[in-house]
Ligand binder design. Sequence first.
Ligand code: ATP
Ligand code: MG
Length: 408
Amino acid sequence: MIEGISQAPEAVLVRYGELTLKGANRLDFENALARNVRRALEPIVPVRLQREHARLLVFPEGRMEAVLQRLQQVFGISSVSPVWGAPCESEAIVECARRVLDDALLALPPGETRRFRVLSRRADKRFALGSMELDRLIAARIVRDEHPLRIDLDHPELVLGVEVRESRAWLYARREPGPGGLPVGTLGRALCLVSGGIDSPVAAWMAMKRGCEVVFVTFHSPPYIGQSAVNKVMDLVRVLGRWQRSARLYVVPFAPVQEALRDAGAEAYCTVLYRRTMHRIATRIAALERASALVTGESVGQVASQTLENLACIENAAGLPVLRPLVTFDKQETIALAQRIGTYALSSVQEPDCCSLFLPRHPVLRGSIATCEEIEARVDIEALVAAALAATEPHNLGPTARMRKVST
Ligand code: ATP
Ligand code: MG
């Protein structure tokens, strides 16, 4: 019996992508990833983190499956494996390999001979064997043991991974995919205009995936639209919050803006003008949140307000870059992502959106910025924006973050 070999997985090996990152960027990435991993696991179990070159090791005090599942929701992680540890010495590694493979075979139906291969990485170059030599040594010993395994380098059902590090070798047979992307927060903050629809929650998720912490704003029109529409958006924001550990939503009462624009006497432009005003208000909330971009769920050509001309009219009223992660998506692609993220079922519940109020019979398809400005000159847009901001309610729907009060 060799000392120091784990009886069960003792840690999670976290791999991350974005190999192009260098120098200070890489350090930022790694610091943010460690922080986000710690935060994500806080509610589950105490953990110790160990940073290795190009890897992170997470040692949880139990609840391994819950930890693995949670890590699959941390952006920046490309994959995770529960790992068994052994001293950096070939006999101990072979012994550990037997345990890992026994355990992996338990998860498969018994009886059949399984195709397997070994894939070692030798991060510690002081280890006597090269990685191919180690692969061969382990494979030969395992096959000789009469495990129900045969070597198949090209189409293995089981891959035994071995990472030889300075203090210990880590072995695994399971590898679960992570969500990829960049750690939330590494790109700063963005404010997402979120409706109860399918698209904007997916757009928010994609911005998070590229490293933005997302804060949310929704526009709501009581008394025309009921509270259940806002509740639905809140539920969506809670789901999205799991991917970043914060869920802050600003609810902006929007009926006075819509009434004023309806009465400005240019029915066809209503939807475009609502959107322009939403972008103005969102720009102000973004300043308060120190967010440096807006995010919407718009995609080209999906509805009348999303022609290139109308998108230009809308964007023109924003004081920040507008990110539209879904800009070229088909609806089916968005739906597939919404299902994966966990927002689809919620989004599919029918609730009216404030934009359905006072809908034009013939919405303009090729709006012009000059016409938008001409109509807006008939109302006091600045006063409407200020009043909407003064009546905006901030909600903290997540476990950690604090909200700022809106003052105009
Ligand atoms: P979604 O499914 O996100 O509602 P959509 O394809 O239905 O998008 P629109 O309803 O035209 O498209 O809305 C375009 C974008 O405008 C939305 O993706 C969202 O970013 C923003 N938006 C629309 N309505 C609201 C609202 N009530 N509050 C906040 N943002 C909104
Ligand atoms: Mg919509």
